[in-house]
Design a protein around this ligand. Structure first.
Ligand code: GUN
Length: 228
């Protein structure tokens, strides 16, 4: 059983999982989403990304009823996040906001640096921090002088997808460091984007991988589903 299914079971929440074959066509996938859109037993729909090559991710997301879009990936929900009027919060950024809150770090007026500009993490993360009155800098693969920017971060969110990308010399003393990375090493070990061992002594608070952002993401998915 997957972790999402297991948490649904633990909460007593009804769930259906469709593990579709890789050769599923666009039409079949869209038809399934449309069926679930009309199913009163189902309040939330999550299409696990990335989809295999040949399937049109955007078209599939656009098919999800925005009221059942517990990932908040549909353009209607993305737009609502942009203007700060939203019911569904994208799960990974939502979990990160909970953890920042738990660290005791106030977001208001702080320099928040997000490394990564994906639609799933970087962009919505930046918006949530902005809504909390953070001063937000979005960095990405083309950013020049990255270290000079990250060094001034009170809150640093790493969503790069490269193991040990954030090193101790990039982090300000006392910063809150959030590691969104999920990198599978050749030996099968899961690591984040942050060099945890060396950054931990510098950081005021830091999230581990595994056991940090991941479990929070699933919790927020459950929360969105209850909202739905
Ligand atoms: N793939 C990686 N993260 C996510 C997520 O939050 N939602 C979905 N649907 N797919 C993902």
């Amino acid at each position: 059983m997957g972790r999402k299914e297991a948490m649904c079971a633990e909460l007593g929440m009804y769930s259906e999982k469709y593990a579709l074959p890789a050769e599923t066509t666009q039409e079949e996938l869209v038809a399934l989403v449309e069926k679930l859109n009309c199913d009163d037993k189902i309040h939330g729909i999550l299409v696990q990304l990335p989809l295999p090559d040949g399937l049109d991710e955007k078209a599939v997301i656009n098919t999800i009823n925005p009221e059942k879009d517990v990932d908040a990936f549909h353009p209607v929900n993305v737009g609502k996040i942009m203007i700060g009027d939203y019911d569904f919060v994208p799960c990974t950024p939502a979990g990160i906001m909970e953890m920042i809150d738990e660290s005791g770090m106030e977001v208001e007026g702080k320099h928040c640096v997000v490394i990564g500009r994906s639609n799933i993490v970087g962009k919505p993360m930046s918006m949530l921090l902005l809504h909390k009155n953070g001063t937000v800098t979005i960095c990405h693969s083309r950013t020049k002088n990255l270290k000079e920017i990250t060094k001034t971060a009170d809150i640093l969110v790493a969503a790069v997808g490269r193991s040990h990308f954030v090193t101790a010399d990039m982090v300000k003393e006392g910063a809150v460091v959030i590691d969104v990375g999920m990198n599978r090493l050749e030996n099968g070990k899961l690591t984040g984007d942050v060099d945890f061992e060396n950054v931990e002594p510098v950081a005021g608070a830091i999230t581990p991988v595994p056991g940090g952002v991941g479990p929070m993401t699933i919790s927020m998915l459950m929360k969105n589903t209850i909202t739905a």
